[in-house]
Design a protein around this ligand. Structure first.
Ligand code: NDP
Length: 284
């Protein structure tokens, strides 16, 4: 039976550690502040923002939010970001994506001061990751590294296969595994012989957005399987990119959906906010 990698428990542990650290920062007179910007009323985005604010409250991070109507212009949004960039009391800025269609997401991401880019999406943060300089890392892949490390899954020297090459998951995931000295292969929709390539993996990260796509035919016995996908099936139940029931008997370790990668994303956002405040303190 595979080891179940418990994202709920690991994310709770990270939040406890951060809560303790933020408590000490507060005693030193440092307040950690996250500014959250939401444009429009997309129901899923409203839930994500609410969960992020709740996590801040639990840890002791001050959250300020700016909720703008869907018809907000790009210039208006950029001016809100400029205000937070210039406000020394704000450590992190998060613009909830997706944005309404008339707003250019790249322009918005690029407007955020990289020192406050707690989502890690700014081109400067992405570049810093690739050349090994300090910068913020995209939360979902950063959370996966924590899941592996805290579950005792060795990365160094092992074959890692990442399926999916998006800017927020696949590419930073591959780079982080490389930074941990894994031997990394990135696969995508044009990869030939995908099951064969996946079966080389000691660590297989599945991030393609296709429900239950990965069966045991893609998994080497004993491999650690990380399922990034989130889908709702016909019965409104959550499932991932991995066919859990089929893969679990052959895997060495596996993340469930829900309760695997999902809870780690907010925990790592909180970690990035605290990191921004640590950097601010180190400059004092
Ligand atoms: P994208 O749609 O941006 O990227 C999907 C990637 O998968 C692309 O690189 C695509 O290849 C590749 N792909 C698609 N079909 C196949 C296939 N049949 N074989 C091989 N590769 C394929 O998705 P994201 O990276 O944003 O997200 C992936 C999944 O993770 C989604 O289910 C999403 O909901 C979930 N997610 C979960 C998060 C969490 O917190 N748990 C956070 C973020 C995402 P190509 O480039 O060639 O088109």
């Amino acid at each position: 039976m595979a080891l179940l990698i418990d994202g709920k428990q690991i994310s709770a542990q990270i939040k406890e550690e951060l809560k303790e650290e933020v408590g000490k920062m507060t005693e030193r007179g440092t307040t950690v502040t996250l500014a959250v910007i939401l444009v429009g009323e997309d129901p899923a985005s409203c839930v994500y923002v609410r969960n992020k604010k709740r996590a801040c409250e639990y840890i002791g991070i001050r959250s300020i939010s700016c909720e703008l109507p869907a018809k907000t212009t790009q210039e208006e949004l950029l001016s809100v970001i400029k205000g937070y960039n210039e406000d020394d009391s704000v450590d992190g800025i998060l613009v909830q994506l997706p944005l309404p269609e008339h707003i250019n997401e790249d322009a918005v991401i690029e407007a955020i001061d990289p020192k406050k880019d707690v989502d890690g999406f700014h081109p400067q943060s992405v570049g810093a990751l690739w050349i090994g300089k300090p910068g913020f890392v995209s939360c979902t892949p950063a959370g996966i590294i924590q899941l592996l490390k805290r579950s005792g899954v060795e990365i160094e020297g092992r074959e890692c296969v990442v399926v999916g090459r998006s800017n927020i998951v696949g590419k930073p995931m591959a780079q982080l595994l490389l930074r941990e000295n894994g031997t990394v292969t990135i696969c995508h929709s044009r990869t030939k012989n995908l099951p064969e390539v996946c079966r080389r993996a000691d660590i297989l990260v599945c991030a393609i957005g296709k429900p239950k796509f990965f069966t045991k035919d893609y998994v080497k016995p004993g491999a650690a399987v990380i399922d990034v996908g989130i889908h709702r099936n016909a019965e409104n139940k959550l499932c991932g990119d991995v066919d859990f029931a089929d893969v679990e008997p052959v895997a060495g370790a596996i993340t469930p959906v829900p309760g695997g990668v999902g809870p780690m994303t907010i925990a790592m956002l909180m970690e990035n906010c605290v990191e921004a405040a640590r950097r601010k303190e180190s400059l004092k």
